[in-house]
Write a protein that binds this ligand. Structure first.
Ligand SMILES: Cc1cc2nc3c(=O)[nH]c(=O)nc-3n(C[C@H](O)[C@H](O)[C@H](O)COP(=O)(O)OP(=O)(O)OC[C@H]3O[C@@H](n4cnc5c(N)ncnc54)[C@H](O)[C@@H]3O)c2cc1C
Ligand code: SF4
Length: 660
């Protein structure tokens, strides 16, 4: 079937490692990305076997932490855990192989090949087991950035128009609807000209596009390593600049002790490190705080996007048709909207984005999505079809005013790690890619002036740069770019939904005027004053919401959905969802009385549970089923107590998306 093509071709960026080994560029200890990868491959085979056989966990983690504090471990264990890491030196290190990271890598290498020695080393580190398998998007692609990245392509038509992607990856938008759903009806809404997709944009699976981009990157000589989680930023001795990153140790048990399979992570030192972790990256969170990148900027705000891919009956399929809906099932005080894209051969993506600034802790974005599919506008398309994939991921909604400072000594933020989502369009891929390309251009300008890595080695110089590269020029280029212009035009639309007591209605009226008349040419900017977590109100102000039971045809229970993500984390692995001291009881005592189990409702993968427990003073016991996590980052963003920290798990863990 179209869209299922060639998903399994393994990337082989590590072929470069052989060369590096023989050149002695890598100071090897015991582990290398190659070894880690090989281990991942065998783990993946094992994983698949486990996934096909197991039921998803709902009761696995103990009430109290079973972790052994480092100080109580044996001397041997302490030594193993703190042993020196092998170091590899590169020109450019990119954390995250999504559209932004790959666009940056490709642009940098293109410049090196065209204008430089062609020998600069670029490494892309990606936590997903295969490139693209942690990517969740709609996706309707605006081809602008892709066309700039590949000005010549065999896929353009005779007039040079089109998108530089293989035709079996994309479906041109041919018709579209914007509707307001109320009761059982779907009312037409006029579409602002800048939001129109018809005859301009393309429907695809971003997961597959990323896989294709990774192949293009490899062909240019970029070293692409899937299955590698980056868990640490490495700072200079004075702590003032970033000199690289470290990959996550593998083989730590759930008690926190090294297993027989333990492998120490590896350090990549780079002249410039780009962080392209996508929305709410775990390292970016640390960097934004450390370098005060959010000073004089607004909070970032978020939405949670939940989607499924269906194979629908031929009579319900309308190739190239896209629909966006507002209203039902969301109430007027919850921001969000639905989408439905018909693409490929008989495939339909259906999804719902829910703004995470919702106040009522009883709201469940997952259940709202299940409910939405039962509206006749959606159900008539899905009826008789088969759901083949499920996915969820947070996305940025703050817009221009929430974009942090982009550069700091030694590194920069690119793509959704910084923001750049055009919320009214629900598009961020083109802006994410463009930001990566701008950062790549500015990095190349700096790095190409420096002696090569080989020259440094020959002269016995350890430091990769005399002075850390602080890419002010990237921030300046962003302000001059079409990303800035585009985001500036829509900057007031999303905040207008929370700005008046009229809620969604007020936002719709204001947005209509902005989109058709003002187009951003107003002297004011609406701000995001509070975070999504602090906007959440106590449960005592609301009544529990009684969601419908799933029918197993159109709507599904959460564990059935999770089984469609292929997610996996080893049962005997340290929990990557961290609460202080891993004391679940303490978290529950702080969170449950006021928010009555909000975690179990905002998580789209059933990771958090409060189960009845008469022995507990709360009457419930908090559990974290971390094996089910699909890396959407919602818990870290929305938990009102702000004490859940999403840490990157071992490389190769997490979902195995291929169509999302
Ligand atoms: C439901 C939904 C619908 C959307 N619809 C559209 C649409 O129709 N059109 C559009 O243009 N955009 C859409 N977007 C937005 C678009 O998907 C994003 O803007 C885009 O994916 C951002 O690209 P990125 O490379 O910055 O981040 P991502 O695509 O998130 O990629 C980041 C990568 O980094 C990896 N990573 C993260 N942390 C680490 C780490 N520590 N170590 C190693 N690897 C790491 C991740 O696994 C991931 O592969 C949508 C988003 C969602 C969630
Ligand atoms: S545990 Fe957190 S990151 Fe994982 S799926 Fe649930 S909300 Fe998302």
């Amino acid at each position: 079937m179209l869209y299922r093509h060639a998903l399994k071709k393994p990337l082989s960026g590590h072929r470069h490692l052989g060369k590096l080994l023989s050149n002695g560029i890598i100071k090897y200890g015991e582990s290398t990305p190659q070894m880690l990868k090989m281990k991942n491959v065998s783990r993946r085979i094992k994983t698949f076997d486990v996934i096909t056989r197991r039921c998803f966990s709902t009761t696995c983690r103990k009430w109290q932490s079973t972790e052994v504090p480092f100080a109580k471990m044996s001397e041997d264990q302490q030594e193993i855990l703190t042993s020196e890491r092998p170091v590899d030196k590169v020109d450019l290190c990119i954390v995250g192989g999504g559209p932004a990271g790959l666009a940056a890598a490709i642009k940098f290498k293109q410049l090196d090949i065209e204008n430089g020695s062609g020998e600069l080393r670029v490494v892309v580190l990606e936590k997903a087991p295969d490139m693209g398998s942690h990517i969740v998007s709609g996706v309707i692609l605006e081809p602008k950035a892709l066309r700039e990245l590949f000005p010549e392509s065999e896929y353009y038509d005779e007039n040079g128009n089109g998108i530089p992607l293989p035709p079996d990856l994309v479906t041109k938008v041919e018709s579209e609807d914007l509707k307001y759903l109320v009761g059982n009806v779907a009312l037409p809404v006029p579409e602002p000209p800048q939001m129109i997709n018809k005859n301009k944009n393309y429907i695809s699976s971003l997961s597959q596009v990323v896989r294709y981009l990774a192949e293009q990157a490899e062909e240019l000589g970029i070293e692409v390593f899937p299955g590698i989680s980056v868990s640490e930023v490495i700072y200079s001795e004075d702590g003032e600049s970033v000199i690289g990153v470290a990959t996550k140790d593998m083989g730590i048990s759930k008690t926190g002790e090294p297993k027989d399979t333990f492998e120490r992570g590896m350090e990549f030192h780079a002249r410039q490190t780009m962080f392209a972790e996508g929305c709410h990256g775990s390292l970016c969170k640390e960097l934004i705080k450390k370098f005060k990148l959010r000073e004089n900027r607004d909070n970032q705000t978020y939405g949670l996007g939940i989607k499924e891919v269906w194979e629908v009956k031929p009579e319900n399929f309308n190739k190239g048709f896209v629909a966006h809906t507002m209203g039902y099932p969301l109430t007027n005080d919850v921001y969000g909207g639905g989408f439905m894209y018909h693409f490929g051969e008989g495939l339909v993506t259906v999804g719902l984005v829910v703004g995470l600034d919702y106040k009522n802790p009883y709201v469940s974005p997952y259940q709202e999505f299940q409910k939405m599919k039962h509206h006749p506008y959606y159900e008539k398309v899905l009826a008789g079809g088969t759901c083949i994939s499920y996915a969820a991921r947070a996305l940025n909604e703050g817009g221009l005013q929430s974009v942090p400072k982009l550069n700091f000594p030694g590194g920069c933020l690119i793509g959704a790690s910084a923001g750049f989502m055009n919320v009214p369009k629900i598009k961020g891929t083109h802006t994410a890619m463009k930001s990566g390309m701008l950062a790549a251009e500015k990095t190349f300008e700096e790095v190409s002036k420096l002696p090569t890595l080989e020259e440094l080695e020959e002269s016995g110089i350890e430091k990769l740069v005399e002075q850390p590269i602080n890419l002010e020029s990237y921030e300046a280029a962003f302000k001059e770019s079409w990303i800035y212009k585009e985001l500036n035009e829509v900057r007031n639309i999303r905040p207008s939904f929370g700005a008046t007591p009229l809620g969604g209605y007020g936002g719709m009226i204001y947005s209509g005027i902005e989109s058709f008349v003002f187009k951003g040419r107003v002297p004011w900017t609406l701000h995001h004053h509070e975070s999504d977590a602090t906007l959440t109100k106590p449960a005592s102000q609301y009544k529990p919401i009684d969601y419908l039971k799933p029918d197993g045809k159109i709507s599904f229970d959460i564990l059935t959905s999770v089984s469609r993500t292929g997610t996996h984390h080893d049962d005997d692995e340290k929990c990557h969802l961290r609460v202080p001291e891993q004391d679940l009881e303490k978290h529950a005592a702080k969170a449950y009385p006021k928010w009555k189990g909000i975690e179990s409702r905002f998580c789209p993968a059933g990771v958090y549970e409060y189960v009845e427990d008469e022995s507990s003073p709360l009457g419930v016991k908090f559990q974290i089923n971390s094996q089910n996590c699909i890396h959407c980052k919602t818990c870290d963003i929305k938990v009102p107590t702000q004490d859940i920290n999403w840490e990157v798990p071992e490389g190769g863990d997490g979902p195995k998306y291929s169509l999302t």
